[in-house]
Design a protein around this ligand. Sequence first.
Ligand code: SAM
Length: 335
Amino acid sequence: MTKVIPVVDSRVVSYLRLSVTDRCNLRCVYCMPESGIRIIPHREILTFDEIEGILDAVAGPLGLHGIRVTGGEPLVRGGIADLVRRLARLPGVEDLSMTTNALLLPRFAEALREAGLRRVNVSLDTLRPERYRRICRGGEPEQVFAGIEAAEAAGLEPVKINMVVIPGINDDEIEDMARLTIDRPRHVRFIEFMPVGNSDLQREKSYIPSAELRARIAARFGLEESPVAPLGRGPAHYWRIPGAVGTVGFISPLSQHFCASCNRIRLTADGWVRTCLLTDRIGVDVKTPYRAGVRGEGLVALFREAIRLKPPSHDLVPTGNGNGRYIRTMCQIGG
Ligand code: SAM
């Protein structure tokens, strides 16, 4: 069925996810097949000069306050601290952060902080070494904790730890993950498993609604609404185990989507502006125009066009029988 949703948009797009590479040092089962993905050739990836040139032109006019550097794995991109230094100089950008699997943080945390990175989000889906190897096809939780500690020692705080909860794969660990917030100012966020990425798992597994996760954690520890949220402008709702120094957060893109307040856009490693993680077929190519000489207002216009095309809402609705199937309800977007 075609459902046309008019764009009535009061959303302010102030936050950019900047993917600096499609390469990764892990092969997480929910993200890519074991054989990896087709790697984008280097010439199609934006250079640091191009990223800086594009963002320098648009950050001020668009009112970008936050940039999150992501990937792939951002720390595998050569010279990443140099890029961070350039991003830290962009006009108006106060909140410069990175999402990482943390494996390389012991090597880079100090240099990143010195270059102007403020904080990190770390992905950690399990505390069990054998399970970590199965989910991520490499690495160890111990290495992730070494990365978290390096981040904390460098002052890249608050550290947020993201756990994608996949039913039957790691949901038996949510209480153990929540426990990490009791003694240390760490913020564990539980993310509903989304049907994105390149994995077969999406066809097999559905997600567990945040309300259910929260009820389970509350039954074990008690939970109170957190009076403060850790620094950031994200979509999580924060709670706290009574007496804990950190918080637990819930990100519910499926059970309680936050599209109406979504302030994000994404610049992909190959130079496309995308405006919805779950509606990836929509976007505007800025790399080709940039390489053809478009600058200044011309670039701002391309970003504005992408933002105009930002769907009012993602269009995925679970079929409801928990088998990981979704239907798309919206075939036409824009206005
Ligand atoms: N390599 C970096 C890392 O591991 O954090 C950055 C890229 S990773 C794709 C960004 C985040 O997206 C991670 O926290 C990851 O767990 C999450 N993610 C990837 N696929 C997901 C899915 N299908 N559902 C929910 N979150 C997902």
